[in-house]
Design a protein around this ligand. Structure first.
Ligand code: ADP
Ligand code: MG
Ligand code: ZN
Length: 592
């Protein structure tokens, strides 16, 4: 049994604790039965039986001529015993003669065995057979337990969006799902393509499950939730059957939300993984794709929402079924404050708690970390027999959680935050002051995946990549590194690697595709056949020149707008996320 199989067995049993209870029952019954029949049981030979009979050890005698068996009880030096003796047909005459002498009140019986025998063998056997049947039927056909689950109606969840903090943008996107489920006919009438597959992507504990539940609550429709890891069972065919069953139930209850947590458990790119369980996962995934296509073509008002923190490993065919991808990230400062306020409503909080400063210090905390923080504080309050949760309790809980946080790396140090703030402020200021650059519409130092922060841009009106726009973009991409240099001198970081990759790609396109380099008008395919060495060299030179000039320009811009840069950094450290309006406010009229 491989380790993963063992793990799956453990998971299988963990979800069905009653199986363990039944197994324990069998063991107990068997042990009791064996002990009940513990009075010695002996099988006599002819000589032994005759000896026991004549010595008077045999007390009770039953005889069944049909089966030529003698049985009964006796008593000797070692104590009580039950015995059994099978005789030959030829010995019957002499046996009866002996019995008439030594045990004249023997009874002639139809064949039978003792009650202890029955208990010791039949009861555990029956139980074992029952359990085996149970496990096999539900494994093969998903029978008993699945249909038991099917009878449980899925509920409309009770809380809507009001119980979620820091997810305003995600909520706007999910609202479309709510609109569709609340009035599917309207979408139908207008011929609008409804959102049928929504993928929620983000780190654990950020509220993906809560968001999907809230969407169902807002639309007042039932919520069917499963974890995809439940689909991946020990038995082939179970996963596909469960998927079918799930969609069947949802179809009966439609309009409805189906939520599939940890979709990467079945949705990994096919053929990517090795080892067993692969085949099972593929059949489950195929079933999932079939079902999604099914309700799509039947126009059933069902929305599948799935959650993962690894959308990069998902099968492309599955990704295509999810037409909306919503990022559910770690909350920024304002979001954390809101989340703390929401969860503080559930405990008895003292008036005047400094939620704002707590929010400022909980950088890197997810929504569920913050919920835990409030709960732990309540536990501290209960233990110290205080009647209300105070700042002190929250402080104690904070220390405890920061110490115990598994992902301590998720909580950036002050220095890391500063570096990221300079880097992102650099991108922002460089883009902001250049009229030809794409407009920065949001900048954030909330960690996201590998990146410490992010700056989002809105492309300008018109879709042409002009030369001026390309050059301005290159400068904006170099702004991160340029600003880092202001803070760190020559001890610069690796944080600009991704920017350099994007910038190199753009510069290369300018030179080889847009005719904006020294090669003049030319189009060289990306995976072109080996280039003439001279051509390759000129391309490399052009690209390098474009990049280093862009960095030079970016340095000039951040130095010229140093004050605005510092203001941006301060605002980022304080507020963590700045939208377009706030960016304009902070930079003021520094714009060129
Ligand atoms: P995920 O599915 O992303 O792992 P969950 O939705 O399971 O996260 O979050 C676990 C719990 O943490 C939620 O039930 C909720 O109480 C709390 N929580 C998480 N994110 C938020 C949030 N943004 N606002 C309020 N509570 C949250
Ligand atoms: Mg979850
Ligand atoms: Zn950058």
């Amino acid at each position: 049994m491989g380790e993963s199989r063992l793990r799956r067995l453990v998971a299988f049993l963990r979800r069905r604790p009653w199986l363990l209870v039944v197994a324990a029952g069998i063991v107990v019954v068997s042990v009791v039965a064996v002990f009940a029949s513990r009075e010695r049981t002996v099988t006599f030979t002819e000589t032994e039986f005759m000896a026991a009979l004549s010595s008077g050890a045999v007390e009770e005698v039953n005889i069944s001529p049909n089966t030529r068996t003698v049985w009964g009880t006796g008593h000797d030096e070692e104590g009580a015993f039950t015995y059994r003796y099978r005789y030959l047909e030829a010995a019957e005459e002499s046996l009866l003669a002996q019995l008439r002498v030594h045990a004249p009140d023997f009874r002639v019986q139809p064949p039978q065995s003792s009650a202890a025998d029955i208990a010791a063998t039949l009861v555990p056997l029956a139980l074992l057979a029952f359990v085996a049947w149970f496990v096999v039927t539900r494994a093969r056909s998903g029978g008993v337990a699945v249909s038991a689950r099917a009878t449980r109606p899925a509920d409309v969840p009770d809380f809507g969006f009001e119980r979620l903090g820091g997810l305003d943008e995600a909520i706007v996107e999910v609202s479309e799902v709510v609109d569709f489920l609340s009035d599917p006919e309207r979408f139908e009438r207008l011929g609008a393509k409804p959102p049928r597959g929504v993928l929620l992507e983000g780190p654990p504990g950020t509220g993906k499950t809560a968001l999907a539940r809230a969407a169902a609550a807002e639309a007042k429709v039932p919520f069917f939730a499963v974890s995809a890891s439940e689909f991946v069972e020990m038995f082939v065919g179970v996963g596909a059957k469960r998927v079918r069953d799930l969609f069947e139930r949802a179809a009966k209850a439609a309009p409805a939300v189906i939520f599939i947590d940890e979709i990467d458990a079945v949705g990994r790119r096919r053929g990517a993984a090795v080892g067993n369980g692969n085949e099972e996962r593929e059949s489950t995934l195929n079933q999932l794709l079939t079902e999604i296509d099914g309700f799509r073509s039947n126009r059933q008002p069902i929305v599948v929402m799935a959650a993962t923190n690894r959308s990069d490993v998902l099968d492309p065919a599955l990704l295509r079924r999810f037409t909306r991808h919503i990022h559910v990230g770690l909350p920024d400062r304002a979001g954390r404050q809101r989340i703390l306020e929401i969860h503080l409503q559930n405990v008895k909080a003292a008036p005047g708690i400094d939620v704002a400063s707590l929010a400022a210090r909980t950088v890197g905390f997810s929504g569920s970390d913050l919920e835990r923080l409030v709960n732990e504080a309540a536990v501290f309050a209960a233990r110290t027999a205080d009647s209300q949760v105070t700042d002190d309790h929250l402080e104690a809980a904070f220390d405890r959680i920061v110490l115990g946080l598994e992902r301590r790396s998720a909580v950036p140090t002050e220095r890391d935050r500063r570096i990221v703030a300079y880097h992102e402020a650099g991108h922002t200021i460089c883009a902001y002051v250049q009229p030809d650059a794409d407009r920065p519409h949001k900048v954030s130092v909330v960690p996201r995946g590998q990146a410490g922060g992010v700056t989002h841009f809105t492309p300008p009106e018109g879709s042409f990549m002009t030369r001026r726009r390309a050059l301005a973009s290159l400068r904006a991409m170099m702004g991160g590194r340029a600003a880092e240099e202001i803070l760190l001198g020559d001890d610069i970081t690796s944080g600009a690697a991704h920017d350099f990759a994007s910038a190199s790609q753009l510069a290369r396109e300018m030179v080889t595709n847009y005719g904006m380099g020294s090669l003049g008008p030319i189009f060289i395919h990306d995976q072109a056949q080996p280039l003439a060495p001279e051509t390759a060299r000129r391309i490399e030179e052009d690209v390098a020149r474009l990049l280093s000039e862009a960095l030079e320009d970016a340095r000039r811009i951040v130095t010229e707008h140093r004050d605005a840069l510092e203001r941006l950094v301060a605002a980022l450290l304080e507020e963590e996320t700045l939208d377009e309006e706030r960016i304009a406010e902070v930079i003021g009229d520094a714009a060129a």
